[in-house]
Ligand binder design. Structure first.
Ligand code: SF4
Ligand code: F3S
Length: 103
């Protein structure tokens, strides 16, 4: 599962698609955690798609991640600023790849 303390335990290494990326990042195998308010561990996401289907405000967008061992697309929280903290995505992700911090 995603580490809910990632902001303490990891370092921000850059930005992709308008969201922060928390390392370590070593493509194509290691892609880090993407997003902050809504965070997706790209190394755990296996492209189930429930988050995209169920998010009421369309926070997530598919992005290509060719040659990643789990899946070659991932759910990027491109519109995390729209999140209404309903926690649906956290509940439906089968591999607990998502952390939402209402802070
Ligand atoms: Fe969307 Fe709700 Fe998840 Fe926020 S908590 S990203 S609104 S499903
Ligand atoms: Fe990935 Fe979980 Fe969404 S596996 S596509 S973050 S439901």
């Amino acid at each position: 599962a995603i580490d809910p303390q990632f902001e303490t335990n990891r370092e921000k290494v850059g930005e992709e698609n308008g969201v922060a990326v928390w390392g370590p990042v070593e493509p194509p195998e290691k892609l880090g955690i993407h997003g902050t308010h809504v965070a997706v561990d790209f190394d755990i996401c296996l492209a189930d798609g429930a988050c995209l289907e169920d998010c009421p405000v369309d926070v997530f967008t598919w992005v290509d991640t060719p040659d990643h061992p789990e899946s070659d697309i991932k759910a990027e929280p491109t519109h995390e600023d729209q999140c209404i903290d309903c926690m649906l995505c956290v509940d439906v992700c089968p591999v607990d790849a998502i952390d939402v911090d209402p802070g």
